[in-house]
Structures are given as C-alpha cells and as structure tokens.
Design a binder for this molecule. Sequence first.
Ligand code: PMP
Length: 396
Amino acid sequence: MNRIIEDFSYLRKTNCKGVYLDNAATTLCPDEVIDYMSEMQKYNFVNINRGSYKLAEETFEKYELAKKKILHFFGAENDYLFIQTTGATEAINIVARCFLEDNIKQGDVILISECEHHSNYLPWRVICEKKGAVLKKIPMDENGNIDIENALCNDNSDIKLVSITHVSNVLGKKQNVESIVEICKKNNIPVLIDGSQSVPHYKINFTNIGMDFFVCSAHKMLGPFGVGGLFVKKSIFSTMKHNYVGGGMVLDVDKLLWKDGTEKYMAGTPNTVGMLGWGATIDYLNKINVFSYNEHIKKLADLLYEYLKNKKEINVYTQDKDTASGIISFNINNIHPHDVNEFFRNENIMVRVGNHCSIPTMRYLGIKSCIRASIYIYNNEDDIKKIMNTIDKIIY
Ligand code: PMP
C-alpha cells in the first residue's frame, strides 16, 4: 500500500509526517492528474464550444472523451445524461430549480433523511419556503437505516421527490439506495441520490440503482476542484427547464428557443481543464483499481473504531459495520472538539471538527459538533497509530 504514496507529491514531500485524515472533505489529487491538467492548461487552453480550428476541435474531442469515461465509470452511458456542474452542490440546486420548482405546490412534500449535508437540505428548504411545500425527514433507526416504505405509507400528501445521501458525511452510514429507489419507483416518486461520499468508496452502477438524479464532485474522488456532475435519467430529462441563460444554449435568440439536449445547461464557457482533469482521474482510479483498496480502508477504520469504542471517555457516532466508508466520528467526553483539535494540530494530524455542514445530523445525534477522521487509500497503520497515541495523551 505504501507504493500509492509515491503518486502524491504532498505525501512524498512531507514524507508522511503530516497525517491527512480529512478525506471526506477533499481527497488529495495524484500527480498524474495534476500534470495532465497542467499540460492541458499549457497546450489546449482554448474555448471548445466556439472555435472551429483544429486545436479547438482536438480539445473538444478530449472533453467529450472525458465525459464518456465518467459516464462509463458509473455504468451510466445508456440511461443517463451528464450535465457538468461545479460540484454536487450546484447539481442539487439545478434539480431544485429546473425540475422541482415549477412542479411543486402548497402542501406537497419533499422527503430527505435525518442526516443530510446542508447541500442536500437547503435547496429543498428554500423551495418549500417559497411554495408552501413541506420538507420532511424520514426517521432513522439506531443503526442509521431509513424505512422508506413506512415513510410513504404514513404520508398521504403528494410526495414530489425523495432526496437521500448515499453515504452520510458524518456517520459514514451507507443507505440501501437500491431498495429505496425500487420502492419509490413503485409509487412513481422521483429519487435523487447525493453520491458525494459514496463515489470514492463504492463501485456504483447507475443503471442497477435506477435513480432519476445522481450528483457528485470530482474533488472527493481524487479529482480537481470546481467540477462535478448532475446525472439525469434520460426518461426524466425532458421535464426539466434550462438553468442559466447565455451563450451556447440558445437556438433562436429572438424567440427564446433553447437547445433541448444537455447544452441547455451549458450557458457560458465550461471549466474545460477541470473536466479533462476529471477524465484523467477516472483513468487513474481504473489504473490503480481503486476499489481494491476497500479492504485496506476498512481495516484501518476498524482499527480506529475499535480503539475508540473501547475508551469509556469517548462517544463514537459511526455506526458499527459502517467503517467501509472510512469515516469515523467521535467526541471525547467533557472536552470540546475544538480543544481536542488543538492537540491534533500540534501533531499535524488533519481531521475535521465542527458540525460538518450537517446540523440535521448533529440534531439526530443530540450534539453540536464532533471530530471526524476520514480515511482513504494512501493512509496507513502509522497514521492510525499516530491519532490513537495523541488521543491517549489527551485522555490520560
Ligand atoms: N453532500 C455531501 C454528503 C457532502 O459530504 C458534500 C461535501 N462535504 C456535499 C454534498 C457538497 O459537495 P461540494 O461542496 O463538493 O459541492
């Protein structure tokens, strides 16, 4: 596993002296991807949608190829359309504005889980405020599972969308989205899956899941910042209106006739280098067979989980058996997480402390904030030992 460290300048440069355990926020980007983006920035920095010269055409082909690679990675090429966004947050906002806003009325319902990130909460809250609709949370049991069947049975309102995180960014809990989608389909309710935390860890096949919308960000799966995707099921795409208006998405500017493919979401110049970088990231993930690291991640996460669980001074919020997502959240009794973080800072251990942009999850847990260590492919046992040793020093 140490071989992988060689692929990341940051880890080589620091000789792994810092312990990076904030992977659920952003993963590191491998040199291969950075170098490719730099090459594209130097030699292919042209506007793909406007130029009809050779370099623009060549760059456009690379851009289209990147898109194909992304769709293929998710088993999405047959049934889904890809809309480039700046990340998961923008993708969810597009669904709220372009799919839901005109379709929802007073008294209608949007269902989410109790542990959504604010990016999969606020867009729906705002729509509900505007339209007099109701945002409801599906209760979770003590293991973090949601009972969608029960939620649908108990609601006679018109449910306009179910929007669920695949993997919670605080609990690491993975929802059974296949079964959620199946049940919603029987009830003709569209489903959005927020895959921000699942894409780095699980081999996902969109066609097998069958949701209507899937969103994710490249920077959570070793890719660059500023690029992500909204994947829309072909069968639902025609019900969506355009988003921003501007260059590149209009057929007739006088009649306000919009293009009707995914171009209708491409007003303005796209982040081409970002997309090319995401395509290169997919190549890298395939090359290293990223999901072959799952056992490694789980082993490290289990080690930390068991250690924390055995300390009477510590509350662990990650549910048992969910360590495969590499997310371990906890608090040390009677010590504010920000104070705990001071110890980590001094040891150059990089974890996340706070409400993790998920106050709903904090409310579910009955806390205000916590510490989150999130593990990825390049972490090793030394990293885990270092955080455990530091915790030992804090509690003794
Ligand atoms: N949903 C979840 C579950 C997340 O963890 C995050 C990022 N923390 C987002 C949505 C938003 O992602 P981005 O900031 O890349 O748009």
